[in-house]
Design a protein around this ligand. Structure first.
Ligand code: ADP
Length: 354
């Protein structure tokens, strides 16, 4: 039996129902991760045991939620969805845990945002399927153990580094999701164009894919925009020219960088002489949250080697300069910039200069 979540956010809003794959076999890419999960799911089903807890990590939009929702569907068990940010105190977690049916899945998105007290409350629930509830206060306080039905916890995080070791260690499987290849994204674009009932040429699908920064969520967003553009400005069929014109109108360049990505690179070059510079200083200068830069902007720029991270901070590479069409400074100037900008705050964990 497949049941939609009984608690948590409205599934329609959260799950992008139209385009999100519903079964593992409908997912594209992440073959190694999918193969390991399929083995674990198959073994749990054959032994009629509860699947072990799984943690997914990786940048936003790569399929963590998708994995977390296809697994219970493939297993045929109910699932609930919670968000780490909304679990402010242990009592917020209690209804999810007591409602969890035997073998069901509880998915906690952004699990790194749970406060320490909630995390600690979760340990016995994950390990021994029980919770410890304290009743009363002061000398009258007593703790009762409440047994839970064995369930599977699936956690998702953009920052494994922020999870405490005891929480991380309680996950039996830890899977890291990587950026997708252009061919994989093109396949997603073609499949979703067909779901959205819009005709698309192979070249146009490749173009949208290559401008999607390795991220299925961006490929879907770009496809939706190109579809709107083609309905309004063209004949409803997505061709290479239409796709390019639509994406250029949104400021998405040939590598898939958007205005924010370019602003980040330009700021490091213009204000900080190409770096090294701490991420906080860049975030303050362009008036953006540090988390947005570290979670959404930097992973792809680092992977594309347009930026590198050094112990003294971020530096734009020669490829980064070239991408923006800016002449890289001679090595002597870069050495000077290194000395000028080098401060302890270049380390991510240090407080800001400003
Ligand atoms: P995350 O939870 O990592 O932020 P999601 O699972 O919400 O990412 O994925 C964002 C969107 O990208 C989904 O709605 C889905 O349509 C699409 N998507 C993600 N992974 C895949 C995949 N492997 N195959 C096809 N589409 C995918």
């Amino acid at each position: 039996m497949v049941r939609e979540p009984i608690l948590g956010h409205m599934i329609d809003e959260e799950l992008d129902r139209e385009l999100r794959p519903r079964r593992m076999k409908d997912m594209v890419g992440q073959r190694e991760v999918a193969a390991r999960i399929e083995i674990a799911v198959d073994a749990a089903r054959k032994r009629q045991e509860v699947l072990g807890h799984i943690l997914f990590d990786g940048p936003p939009g790569l399929g963590k939620t998708t994995f977390a929702t296809v697994i219970p569907r493939d297993l045929g068990v109910p699932f609930q969805i919670a968000s780490g940010a909304a679990l402010k105190a242990p009592k917020d977690l209690v209804p999810y845990l007591t409602n969890a049916e035997e073998g069901s899945v509880l998915f906690i998105d952004e699990i790194h945002r749970m406060p320490k007290a909630v995390e600690e409350f979760l340990y016995p629930a994950m390990e021994d399927f029980r919770i410890d509830i304290t009743l009363g206060e002061g000398i009258n306080a007593r703790t009762i153990n409440m047994p839970l039905k064995p369930f599977t916890l699936i956690g998702a995080t953009t920052r494994t580094g922020l999870l405490s070791a005891p929480l991380r260690d309680r996950f039996i499987m830890r899977e890291h999701l990587e950026f997708y290849t252009v061919a994989e994204l093109a396949e997603i674009v073609r499949r979703n164009a067909s779901k959205l009932q819009v005709e698309i040429t192979d070249e146009a699908a490749d173009e949208i894919a290559s401008r999607s920064r390795g991220t299925p969520r961006l490929a879907n967003n770009r496809l939706r925009w190109v579809r709107d553009y083609t309905t309004s400005r063209a004949d409803g069929r997505i061709t290479l020219d239409v796709a390019r014109a639509a994406l250029e109108m949104q400021g998405i360049d040939a590598l898939g960088l958007d205005n924010q990505d370019r602003k980040y690179l330009e700021t490091i070059i213009r204000v900080f002489d190409g770096g090294p510079v701490g991420v906080e200083a860049v975030a303050h200068t362009i008036n953006t949250a540090v988390d947005t830069l570290t979670d959404e902007v930097e992973p792809f720029l680092l992977r594309s080697e347009l930026v590198i991270r050094t112990p003294r901070g971020r530096c734009v590479t020669t490829a980064g300069y070239n991408h923006l069409g800016i002449q890289p400074p001679p090595p002597a100037n870069r050495e000077r910039a290194k000395k000028k900008n080098a401060t302890p705050e270049a380390d991510d964990n240090q407080p800001s200069l400003f």
